[in-house]
Design a protein around this ligand. Sequence first.
Ligand code: DX5
Ligand code: ZN
Length: 217
Amino acid sequence: MPLQIAPSLLSADFLELGKDVAMLNKSADIIHLDIMDGTFVPNISFGFSVVEPVAKAARIPCDAHFMVTNPEKWVDRCAAAGVSMMSFHLEAAGRKTRSILRDIRAHGMKAGLAINPDVPVDKLFPYIGAADYFLIMSVFAGFGGQKFIYESLDRVWELRQRLLRKGNGALIEVDGGVNEGNAAALADAGAEILVAGSSVFRSEDPAKTISALRNCR
Ligand code: DX5
Ligand code: ZN
């Protein structure tokens, strides 16, 4: 499967969102939407007042990454908005994880399970089969523009080996500090979806950067 690039709108210019979505429709594979509640992470981003119009204008799949406590509250609304991929954090969901994954799928969306860099990757293993994709954070969730944590490569590799052994087709998404300098190593380790915020939106030519990331190998 070719590498898919999911630019994160968190680093876009919010006064120009319409233009950015139009640019992503032409050049990206997925639009990544970071939803933060100020409780699960020490930052607030945006909510449905942004997600809904973006999903409506999007011609490519929207991927909502919930960095919130009680993610189960938002499954209905996310599906109604037209989001096609919804992920949440294992750390936030705990025992509710399996039922939330089931609910996301029941709403016709792809179900994603995310972990921060301090959560052992084997904590994801019990959910193989229950999730459509796994989101390995390569920075601590909360802010764009942080430095890539290199140990993430080993975590991606470990999960990829496990998925292969199980014959499971779940995708691996990596999020945080992704740029042209680490994209190829991530793809080699087994990542199929790369989220990129600042490396795309802070570049001279975002569409060109997206294509460079996609063709990094
Ligand atoms: C961080 C978010 C990321 C972030 C990525 O909490 O989940 O999606 O926007 O931004 P960069 O690519 O700048 O690290
Ligand atoms: Zn994200």
